[in-house]
Design a protein around this ligand. Sequence first.
Ligand code: AIR
Length: 401
Amino acid sequence: MAFLIVSIFPKLFVIDMFFFIMGKILGVIGGGQLGMMLTEAASNMKSEISNVIVLDPTINCPASKVGAEQIVADFKDASAIKELAEKCDVITYEIESGDSQVLKSLEETCEINPSPETLETIQDKLIQKKFLTKNCIPVAEFREITSREELESKINEFGLPVLLKTRTGAYDGRGNFKISALDQVPEALQVFEGQSLMVEKFVDFKMEVSVIASRSTSGEIRTYPLVENIHKDNILNMTIAPARVNETISKNAEEIAHKTMEVLHGAGVFGIEMFVTINDQILINEIAPRVHNSGHHTLQSSKTSQFEQHLRAILGLELGSTELVHNTIMYNILGPKDFTGIYKPPSIDLENTFLKMYGKMESKPQRKIGHVNLVDKNNLGMENLLERVNILSDSIKIIPA
Ligand code: AIR
């Protein structure tokens, strides 16, 4: 049969068709920038993934612009999630807003990684923190909050400042309110009215760091080297890879990440955000059950990008090397605070500087619309990279189209 086909069709076409038939159809809940970079990674793995379908509410979402098919629907739309499961062999997510109950009901129909159970544990920050505490993984002190009295009593116990957080549905700095004085309590509760809440003792940290960790369906675990994250207005401004800490701290953080992956049992890449306290203790801040902004540097810095690693992990392939080949700084391009609308994408033409715009139609205040990786291929050192980032950040202007 194969002989017959080869004789009728050109050979390359037959090979392409063979891979197309063999590869799995990947479904992704969410088609933003993370879905876009997953789609790009999938296009280099044609023999494993023949097609990507994303579920995203925004027409022409970033992933659809790089070749993914799109189901236009809300992340929690049960019938759209079912449609995705019917069309796909494996489902994953790039935003943790999917409905874990609906996903649970579809596990018989379709492989889902990370498992809906893992998603459920992580998507509610209170349940996530309880789970970590139960497994002896260090976190900041926290409590559930159901009333003003409870919040005031916890503030008395923890001391000020504290962080009031929504338990679900927040990302990119939304859903956090730092309370520094007791008279801010009514305002903080008003901002999150109707949402389930928790409060955390404010950690006196000297650095925010993260580990991109992966666990494959076969149980293999690999972690990327620790990176340093600098936030502005609660949103990631830049990631410095590797983190500027001593070996003991980076080893300790990587071990905590490894242990977290062991107890979570999830398959895929996870972004594990941590604090280094003033006493050099490591505390987990938050876990994301997906590829993570602080792992974007891996596109140019590492042997395997976090996006390829995630696909390898959920498909049960051997995980790639997590070696950091070049020191790199990732700088986020955010929408200006005073502008909403269509914008002119910036361009950068500099050596070892890699601009990635996400193709989002509209800029919104503080919206992530692209990033730049500055790679130290000539080993000039981190100070040099930081200087380059400062110059570059002043020159990137997002202006109306
Ligand atoms: N995302 C998911 N969790 C945190 C972040 N940043 C990414 C995902 C999602 C996109 O942000 O890729 O689809 C949504 O971005 P926006 O700007 O449309 O809110």
